[in-house]
Design a protein around this ligand. Structure first.
Ligand SMILES: *Cc1c(COP(=O)(O)O)cnc(C)c1O
Length: 381
C-alpha cells in the first residue's frame, strides 16, 4: 500500500472490545494478569501499551521499517539511540546538526567516554579518513538546520557497510513523506515527532525506526530500561496528526518552494537556502533523495542584522517562535534564538550570521503568507 493509505490505516484496526474505529487511549499504567505468572500481551505501560503499539506500527510502515519506537521527545529518541554505544566507542557526526543533539554529544556522551568526532559528511573523503577501528556509529542529519546542507545517504551508507558501522539519520526536517532513510541504506531513522509528524504544535515526541530485528530488540530493551517511551495520550494525538501527514506535506512543500522562489526575486533578500531551488549547490542530490523540499528553510537579508530584526518585528501572520513543522507559519532568527547557545565564532564559521532568517512555512494560503512578508519588508509585494 502507498504512503497516503498507510498513514491512515497502518497499525490501526477497529478496537477488539467495542469496535472503536479510532485507537482508544489506553490511559493505564498497568494491566491485569489473566493468570499467576502469565502476563497478557501488555503488563506495564513503560514496557508497552496498545495505543503506543498502534502508533509504532504505523510509523514502521511509513518508512518501510519492521519496528518503530515512540519516545517522550525527540531528545529522548536521541538519548536512547546514543545509549546503544559503549565507553570507548567512536561516533562520527555531521558537523552541522540540531543544537540539542550537539549539546548531548558534547556534554553527556563525551563524559561517558564516547569519542565524538564532528566531520563535514558532504565530503566523503573526510568521512573515510575519520573511520577508526572503534567507529561504531555514523550520525547524519539531512537537510540540516538552518543552513539546509544535505548528506548523500546512499554514499554514506555504502562506506559504513564496508566497515560494518551502524548508521543513523535524523529525518525530522524532511519527514517520512519526503525522505526514506531506511530505503537509502541507513540502519536507524530518527524523528522529533514534535515537528511534521504530529504537525500541530501541541505535542513533544520522538521516534526511532529500524529494519533489523536484533537492533530493534536492543532499542526495545533501552526504551523500557531508560523509561523514555511516549505516554498513551500523546501517542493518540500523534496518530491523529499522522492521518493528514501526506496532504500537509504536499502543502508545506508547495508553499515553501513558492515562497523561496518569490524571495529570490526580492532586492531585500541576498540569498534563499532551499534544497529544491536551482541555486542550491546540492539540488541534484535533493531531487534524487527527497520527494519534496519540505516546509522549512532559511534566507539572508541584504541589509544584514538590522534588516532581519526589522522584518521579524513587522510580520503579522508569521509568528516569531522556535520550532517548526506545524500547520501555522513560524519565523525565527537563528542568531538570537535557536542557535544563540553556539559560541559566536563557531556560528560565524558555519555561516549562521545576523542576516539569516529561518521560516517554517505552514499550510495557510501562500498568497497571504507572501503578502505578510511583503508588508514586513515595507512594500506591497
Ligand atoms: C526538534 C528537533 C530535535 C529534538 O526534538 P524534541 O522533540 O524537541 O526533543 C531533534 N532533531 C531535530 C532535527 C529537531 O528539529
Amino acid at each position: 500500500m502507498r504512503f497516503e493509505t498507510l498513514a491512515i490505516h497502518a497499525g490501526q484496526q477497529p478496537d477488539p472490545t467495542y469496535g472503536a474505529v479510532m485507537p482508544p487511549i489506553y490511559q493505564t499504567s498497568t494491566f491485569a494478569f489473566p493468570e499467576v505468572g502469565k502476563p497478557g500481551e501488555f503488563d506495564y505501560t513503560r514496557s508497552g501499551n496498545p495505543t503506543r503499539r498502534a502508533l509504532e506500527d504505523c510509523l514502521a510502515a511509513l518508512e518501510g521499517g519492521t519496528h518503530a519506537f515512540a519516545f517522550g521527545s525527540g531528545m529522548a529518541a536521541v538519548a536512547t539511540a546514543l545509549a546503544l554505544l559503549d565507553t570507548g566507542d567512536h561516533v562520527v557526526v555531521h558537523d552541522d546538526l540540531y543544537g540539542g543533539t550537539y549539546r548531548y554529544l558534547t556534554t553527556v556522551s563525551s563524559r561517558q567516554g564516547i569519542q565524538v568526532e564532528f566531520v563535514d559528511l558532504r565530503n566523503l573523503d573526510a568521512l573515510r579518513a575519520a573511520v577508526r577501528p572503534n567507529t561504531r556509529l555514523i550520525w547524519t542529519e539531512t537537510p540540516t538546520n538552518p543552513l539546509m546542507h544535505l548528506q548523500d545517504l546512499q554514499a554514506v551508507g555504502a562506506i559504513a557497510r564496508e566497515h560494518g558501522i551502524m548508521t543513523l539519520t535524523d529525518n525530522t526536517f524532511a519527514s517520512p513523506y519526503n525522505q526514506q532513510p531506511l530505503d537509502l541504506g541507513m540502519d536507524i531513522s530518527l524523528h522529533s515527532m514534535t515537528k511534521y509528524i504530529n504537525g500541530h504544535s501541541d505535542v513533544i515526541a520522538g521516534a526511532l525506526i529500524v529494519r533489523d530485528d536484533a537492533l530493534a530488540a536492543r532499542i526495545k530493551f533501552l526504551q523500557n530500561a531508560l523509561g523514555t517511551g511516549l505516554s498513551p495520550f500523546e501517542c493518540f494525538l500523534v496518530l491523529r496528526g499522522i492521518k493528514t501527514l501526506s496532504v500537509r506535506m504536499e502543502a508545506h512543500n508547495a508553499n515553501a518552494l513558492a515562497i523561496a522562489r518569490w524571495l529570490e526575486t526580492r532586492p531585500e533578500v541576498s540569498q534563499a537556502l532551499h534544497p529544491f531551488l536551482e541555486s542550491h549547490p546540492q539540488r541534484d542530490l535533493a531531487m534524487r533523495q527527497m520527494r519534496g523540499g519540505g516546509g522549512t528553510f532559511s534566507f539572508r537579508m541584504r541589509g544584514g542584522g538590522d534588516a532581519a530584526v526589522r522584518l521579524l518585528s513587522r510580520v503579522r501572520l508569521f509568528t516569531l517562535a522556535e520550532s517548526l513543522g506545524g500547520v501555522e507559519s513560524l519565523i525565527e532568527h537563528p542568531w538570537t534564538m535557536t542557535h544563540a547557545s553556539v559560541p559566536e565564532d563557531a556560528r560565524r564559521a558555519m555561516g549562521i550570521t545576523e542576516d539569516l532568517i529561518r521560516i517554517s512555512v505552514g499550510i495557510e494560503h501562500v498568497d497571504d503568507l507572501i503578502a505578510d512578508l511583503a508588508q514586513a519588508m515595507g512594500t506591497d509585494g
